[in-house]
Structure formats: structure tokens, C-alpha cells
Design a protein around this ligand. Structure first.
Ligand code: AMP
Ligand code: MG
Length: 348
């Protein structure tokens, strides 16, 4: 398939919106930017189009998709009931990086829900995403625009790397603001439960709906318990090299990573450090700061891109600094636990 690129960093041309709408309505695949990561979209009402998403990504069939909408009134065609907690969360965080799980309407294709009796819905705040979703006026199913298992894509270049030739259109929207995927909250249980941490933190959610819980399996090392969100059980976000994460007192983290570098002396080593620690490492082949420890937003924004840069450098092994399980640190650590396949050393 020949993939067409359209420009959509802040604005998108009306004729390009029309091309995208037509492509969706004909059952095609369109990658578009959102504030979290790039999304690989298809018409959420068209089972044939939905199957193409799974094929292009190599996504397991039992991993359900998130439906993206432009307006609250679109919910009527998708969900069977909306709890008062869900209303409060939508009022506070939509449009934005929050996905809510609702009881589904029977008419939603099984390809969206992977046969579950619930459905995930999000209303992105990205201007171009909004314009596209508003114009097409159907729910668009869109998982992250990457080959399954690889780090999600936050720039056009990475989307092209994974999906050129596999999709009809890629909209180039520059670099994604948030850099990690949306927070997923199940509103079919009381109190609501975070199934995937993201940009919107548990603390922020709890301010709106007190008593918010979190599926503990997603922020601890794999102990054999099955996460409630199907997608969380897969290997994810993984660079090609084996990655190891070190968490705890920063000086101890530096000491452990330097020791690990010395022990792996003959290999090509990458270290993903922070502004505060960059100058403390000796002997890394590829050394990069993800940002300041005082600004976790920057670290979230850079994380997937820098894991991919480690691949560009064809390193043999990656050592990554970890973060405290608080605020956005929870979401970053959830991604690092997966990227490292559980090779995380806590409590240093
Ligand atoms: P991605 O589209 O790559 O960001 O992945 C979407 C995430 O939402 C995956 O982890 C899915 O398992 C999760 N998800 C989608 N629908 C549901 C649902 N009905 N119940 C629980 N998790 C869901
Ligand atoms: Mg994904």
C-alpha cells in the first residue's frame, strides 16, 4: 500500500480533512496526532476496517480498542449507562488524556471491545485530532500507532518507521505533548478504578472522585496476577536491547548503574539518565538525559523517543533511571516496568 502524508501540526487544510473523512468512510486506516501519542485510526462502526488495525499493528485480537469522539453527544450511540462518577470525570478532564470504560451498547462491534461487555472512550484535546473526529462524526477506534510490543510513537518519523506501507494516510502533527498514553479508568465499578496510569494522575482523579482505586498489578513486578485491562498483560514498549531500571536514592542509583556499566564493559551500553545525574556516569556508549527530575512531564514526553534512539544506536543493553511511585512517576514506572520486561531493581 502507498502511504500518503498530510500536514497537521497545528492546523489542517479543509481538503485534507475531507480526504481523511473519505478514507475512514471507505474503511481505510489513518494515523493522526493526539496530545498523548499518535493514534492508528479506523471507523469504529466498521468491523472490516477494525480488523485492519489488528493486522497492521500485529495486535493480539483479545486487546480491545479505545473509541475516540469529538463531542459528548456521541456517547449516546456507544454506551449503555453513565455513572455520576463518570459524569464528574468527564466534566473535569474531557477533552484530554483520560479514557473511561463504560457498559457498552450491544451495537458496538466485537472488534472494538474484544468481546467484553464494556467499551473504552476518549475525547482528545489535540486540535487536529478534534477537527478530524468532528468532521467524520463517527467514533474512531485508535490504538497507539506502533507495531505491537514496540514503544508508542510520539513523532511522525517514528510512525513512518513502523507503519509506512501499512496505512493509507499519516498525518504529521509534530511531537506529541504528553508522550505517554491516556489514563484508563473503569467507571463501571464503584469506586472507579485506574486500569492504566497516564498523564492524569491518581491524585488528580481522586480530587474529583474521592476513593479512586488503582489496579495494583500494573505498578508492581509481575507476580502472576492478571491485570484487569487486557492490554496490560502484554510485553510492551520494548526496545530491542534488554533494558534494566534502577529505582531509589539517586546516589545509590548512580552507583549501581556505574557498577553495571563496569561489569558489562565489552558491550555497547546506553544510559538514560536525568539532568541532575548526567555528569555522574562513566563508560556509556550512548548517554542521554530524559529531562529534569523536577519536571516529570518532560521525562514522560521523551521516554518512548529515547528508548527508540537506543535502538537507532544499536546498543546491546540499556540502563534507565527510575522514579518514585508518586504522581506522574507512577505512569512512567508502569511504562518502564513493561519496557524492561520486569527487570527493575527497587529500593536502592
Ligand atoms: P492503546 O490503544 O495501545 O493505548 O491501548 C488501549 C488500552 O485500553 C489497552 O490497554 C486496552 O486493554 C485498554 N482497553 C480498551 N478497552 C478496554 C475495556 N473495555 N476494558 C478494559 N481495558 C480496555
Ligand atoms: Mg499501545
Amino acid at each position: 500500500m502507498k502511504t500518503k502524508t498530510l500536514q497537521g501540526t497545528k492546523k489542517i487544510k479543509p481538503q485534507d480533512v475531507k480526504t481523511i473523512v473519505d478514507t475512514f468512510k471507505e474503511g481505510g486506516l489513518v494515523v493522526f496526532p493526539t496530545e498523548t501519542v499518535y493514534g492508528l485510526g479506523a471507523d469504529g462502526t466498521n468491523p472490516k476496517a477494525l480488523k485492519k488495525i489488528f493486522k497492521a499493528k500485529g495486535r493480539p485480537g483479545d486487546n480491545p480498542l479505545i473509541l475516540h469522539i469529538a463531542r459528548r453527544d456521541q456517547l449516546q450511540g456507544i454506551v449503555a449507562e453513565v455513572s455520576k462518577e463518570a459524569e464528574a470525570l468527564m466534566d473535569a478532564f474531557w477533552p484530554g488524556p483520560l479514557t473511561l470504560i463504560f457498559k457498552r451498547k450491544a451495537t458496538i462491534p466485537d472488534e472494538v471491545t474484544a468481546g467484553l461487555d464494556t467499551v473504552a472512550v476518549r475525547m482528545p484535546s489535540h486540535k487536529v485530532a478534534h477537527e478530524i473526529l468532528d468532521a467524520v462524526n463517527r467514533p474512531i477506534a485508535a490504538p497507539s500507532a506502533n507495531i505491537s510490543g514496540r514503544p508508542s510513537t510520539t513523532t511522525y518519523k517514528r510512525v513512518y518507521e513502523d507503519l509506512n506501507g501499512l496505512v493509507d494516510i499519516i498525518v504529521d502533527g509534530g511531537q506529541a505533548d504528553v508522550g505517554i498514553e491516556s489514563t484508563v479508568v473503569d467507571t463501571t465499578v464503584t469506586p472507579p478504578m485506574v486500569l492504566r496510569p497516564g498523564k492524569i494522575t491518581v491524585e488528580e482523579l481522586d480530587d474529583v472522585v474521592p476513593g479512586m482505586t488503582i489496579d495494583e498489578t500494573i505498578i508492581s513486578k509481575d507476580d502472576g496476577k492478571v491485570p484487569k485491562s487486557p492490554g496490560q498483560k502484554y510485553k510492551h514498549y520494548a526496545p530491542r536491547a534488554e533494558a534494566y531500571c534502577f529505582v531509589g536514592n539517586v546516589n545509590n542509583v548512580i552507583a549501581h548503574i556505574n557498577k553495571a556499566i563496569a561489569e558489562h564493559g565489552s558491550e555497547k551500553i546506553a544510559v538514560l539518565a536525568t539532568d541532575e545525574t548526567m555528569d555522574s556516569y562513566q563508560g556509556a556508549y550512548f548517554l542521554k538525559s530524559m529531562g529534569s527530575r523536577d519536571h516529570l512531564e518532560t521525562i514522560a514526553q521523551n521516554l518512548f523517543e529515547y528508548l527508540r534512539e537506543c535502538d537507532d544506536e544499536a546498543v546491546d543493553i540499556i540502563f534507565v533511571e527510575g522514579f518514585e511511585m508518586r504522581g506522574l512517576g507512577v505512569s512512567i514506572m508502569n511504562r518502564l516496568l513493561k519496557a524492561c520486561g520486569g527487570r527493575v531493581k527497587f529500593g536502592l
